[in-house]
Each structure stands twice: as C-alpha cells, then as structure tokens.
Design a protein around this ligand. Structure first.
Ligand code: G3I
Length: 353
C-alpha cells in the first residue's frame, strides 16, 4: 500500500505521483501465486465459483483425508449424514450430530455447505414407508421443515428433492413419495422456502446432463413450469457421474445453458468420471466455466478410496492422497480462465462467456 505524499513544488502533484510510483516500484510486489500455491477452491474462486467435495463424517479422523479436504475445497456436501433416514431415523426423533460435525468442519475451514438431501426415495426410514396418503405427505413436509430449521443459516443450497425422475424415460420415478400426489415436489419446494428463506433450493438428479435425453427434457419441463408459476426453485444440480457407457455428453453445455436461461443456477454436484481421464475432467470444468450461472463444481469424494465406486478410480486424488493427472488438468482449466484475467465475477444470468 503506498501513501500519496503531497509535495509543494513547481511540478505540483507530478512529483508526488513520481514518488508514489517510486515507492511502488521499490515495494516488492507480492509474489504471483505459483501453481503449487493454487488449490481447486482458490482457482475456482478466481472465476467466481466454488469447488467442492462430498465429505463422509466417519473419515474426519483421517488426517490425510481432512488435510486434502480442508486445503483444496471451498464447499462440502455431507455424503450420507443429512438424508432422511440419517436425520429422522424414528418419527419425530431427529439425529443431527453427524451432519453437525461436517457443518462444523466446514465452518472451521471457511467452507460453505450443500445440504444433501431432504427427500430422496432410497434414503427413507422404515417408519415412513408404513405411512400413506395425507399422513405421509404431512410427515414428509414436517421433515423438510424441521431439518431446514435446524441448519438454518448454515446451508448454502439444499438438494430439496433428489432423483425424482425414472431412468431413460420422461416419467416420474415410482416411489412412495410420488404416491402422495404428483404435486409433492412443488409442495416440498414451497415448504423449504418457508423453512429457510436464505438457502438456495435445488432439484438434483443424474442422467440429465445430455440435452437429448428424455429424462433431461422431463426435468427441464418441470423447472420451466416451476419458474413460470413462481414455485420457489433456485438451482438444478447435475450429478455428472460419467463412465465409458455414459461419457461427458457433447450437449452438456447446451443443457446447462438452457436450464440457466430459465433463471436458475446450475451446479455440477457429484462429478466423478471413470478412470479420471484428464481430458474428460477438463471438458466438464470448461463446460461449467462457459455458463455464467454454473456456480460451482463438486467432486463426489476426496480420494479414489473414498468413492462410492472406488473400483472405477474416478476422482482427483488416489488412495494414498496423491494428485492424479486429472488434478492439474482441472486446476489448469480453472487457473487458465483465472490467469487470462477472465475472472467472471459472481455468476450472473446464464449466457455463454
Ligand atoms: O454406515 C453404514 C455402516 O454402519 C455399515 O457397516 C455399512 C455396511 O453396510 O454401511 C454403511 O452405510 C453405507 C453408507 O453409504 C455409508 O457408507 C450404506 O450401506 C451405503 O449404501 C451408502 O452408500 C451411499 C449411497 O449414496 C446410497 O446412500 C454412498 O456412500 C454415497 O456416495 C451415494 O451417494 C449418492 C448420492 O447421495 C445421490 N446421487 C447418487 C450418489 C451415488 O449413489
């Protein structure tokens, strides 16, 4: 920081300017961030975005795990600690300690938190499954309210509803959630808005990355209807689990852009790619960076050994916690945008960069 010194001379302020320039020149510039100093979170922040990971609470005693998690990421998602069965294992009896532990970890590391997930068909406790009709509907919405109230002010965005559409079709998934009436998703989002007005409310799903997929079109139609009718929805999460059978689709950017143009943020929420090919990770990151309302990317786990599909070695760090070739590829893609001075600033309504 240089001080301007006003000097009364014939040349007036010119001298002061010269002095300031001299002081500036003599003040050693802060060293430019070396790639080694850059982390995924810092590089993403240079583009106005976050870069996150899923966190498993039972691994927080592992210093290699927590070292990477705390250093590299700016957003965390509890992997299993905030699902319905984890937070309300018995009717009206809530268990928040496992989720709290991850939220506290994030807070201690200056990280934000994605809440995952309030209503999701596999994560339902046995007591709920025995209910039906209006009693079930009431229990679902009470759950949304109670959990969101507990975490109020500590969650950046909630996956309010997860994976409600069937694979390969444009139809809703058949589950007890659907059997309380087709409006359950809308009611869940309206209930969530009341429970925590500050949290962004997301619909999250997999298999909706390819614009030509029937499931993508069905989810798009729902979001278009919601935004047209003022149903509170702020974001769509694209899980982005890719492999050799379902690679990063060529239409990924079209999908993200078309959803963003509905007036919602788009988030890559569970990215992992079989064998972690650098080029595919680069493609996924570049796709997000080209859509202003793509607000962040989360990889679904820290190390390959932490992955739900560890056998596919789909993540950026190997089981030993070492960076894999996809890591510098992602960092370069993020840093490249950052170093080009193309800091996009906070994401704004969706349009290509
Ligand atoms: O905690 C129990 C442990 O006590 C028990 O000994 C062990 C053996 O059965 O199971 C442990 O629970 C497992 C849990 O992960 C925690 O590790 C469950 O069996 C297992 O089914 C659960 O898998 C999770 C899966 O969702 C299903 O809930 C994965 O970790 C998690 O990565 C995965 O994540 C989902 C997202 O939530 C939604 N999108 C798809 C994604 C991948 O399936």
């Amino acid at each position: 920081m240089t001080r301007r010194i006003r000097i009364r001379t014939r040349t007036g302020l010119v001298a002061a300017t010269a002095l300031t320039a001299l002081m500036t020149l003599s003040t050693p510039a802060a060293p430019a961030a070396r790639p080694a100093d850059l982390t995924l979170g810092a590089a993403a922040a240079g583009t106005g975005r976050w870069f996150g990971t899923a966190i498993a609470g039972y691994k927080l005693a592992d210093p290699v795990y927590t070292g990477i998690a705390a250093r590299e990421f700016s957003m965390v998602t509890p992997e299993n600690e905030m699902t319905f069965d984890a937070t309300e294992p018995r009717r009206g009896q809530f268990s928040f300690a496992p989720g709290d532990r991850i939220v506290d970890f994030a807070g201690a590391n200056g990280q934000r938190v994605r809440g995952h997930t309030l209503l999701w068909h596999p994560g339902l406790p046995a007591w709920l499954v025995s209910l039906g009709g209006s009693e079930l509907r009431a229990a679902l919405m009470n759950h949304v309210t109670q959990v969101m109230r507990h975490y109020q002010g500590r969650i950046d965005s909630w996956d309010v509803v997860n994976e409600a559409y069937a694979d390969g079709t444009g139809r809703r998934r058949d589950s007890i959630l659907e059997r309380t009436g087709g409006d359950w998703i809308e009611v869940a989002f309206r209930t969530a808005r009341v429970a925590d007005p500050a949290a962004k409310l997301c619909y999250n799903d997999y298999g909706i990355e390819d614009w030509t997929a029937a499931k993508t079109q069905a989810v798009y139609a729902m979001v278009k209807d919601f935004t047209a009718r003022g149903v509170p929805i702020d974001c769509v999460g694209f899980e982005s689990h890719f492999d050799h059978l379902s690679p990063v689709p060529a239409t990924y950017g079209t999908t993200l852009r078309n959803f963003a143009d509905l007036g919602v943020d788009v988030q890559i929420t569970e990215l992992d790619i079989e064998a972690a090919p650098p080029a595919a990770y680069r493609q996924a990151v570049r796709t997000c960076l080209r859509v202003r309302r793509c607000t962040g990317i989360t990889v679904w786990g820290v190390r390959d050994s932490d992955s739900w599909r560890s056998g596919s070695t789909p993540l950026l760090f190997d089981a030993a916690g070492d960076k894999k070739p996809a890591y510098p590829a992602v960092l370069g893609e993020l840093g490249l945008n950052c170093s080009r001075g193309r800091t996009l600033g906070p994401p704004r309504p969706g349009r290509p960069v």
